[in-house]
Design a protein around this ligand. Structure first.
Ligand code: SF4
Ligand code: SF4
Length: 107
């Protein structure tokens, strides 16, 4: 398999398995304020309160099932900067990171 094929996003959703608030930075908050995305700011506020209250984290609430095994971001245009810059395979959180690749048995 060529390297560029292995690095194509498979839309498995694995990199979105943390609470939305974990991906949000100050500059995202400022951008959403400028763009009047009050709904997103409310979600952040709600998740911050839940986290302080000890509510267990769940997958990002904006992860949307498109078809079997394929996910999409339901706020793609407004998604956090971290999400915008994430490249398949760049971190262990991605299913395509080398750490998840099983070497074929030899011998
Ligand atoms: S905002 Fe979108 S891209 Fe970012 S973690 Fe949530 S579903 Fe994934
Ligand atoms: S874990 Fe990797 S392959 Fe899966 S959706 Fe995220 S970037 Fe794409």
């Amino acid at each position: 398999m060529r390297q560029e094929e292995s690095l194509r996003c498979r839309r498995c959703g694995r990199c979105c398995q943390q609470a939305f608030i974990r991906y949000v930075e100050e500059e995202d908050l400022a951008r959403w304020q400028r763009e009047k995305r009050q709904g997103l700011l409310d979600v952040v506020q709600g998740e911050a309160a839940g986290s302080q209250a000890g509510r267990p984290p769940a997958a990002c609430r904006f992860l949307s099932l498109e078809s079997e095994g394929r996910f999409a971001c339901s706020i793609y245009e407004a998604r956090p900067r971290i999400c915008q810059g994430f490249q398949p395979g760049q971190a262990k959180i991605c299913s395509q990171h080398p750490i998840h690749q099983i070497e074929p048995a030899r011998g």
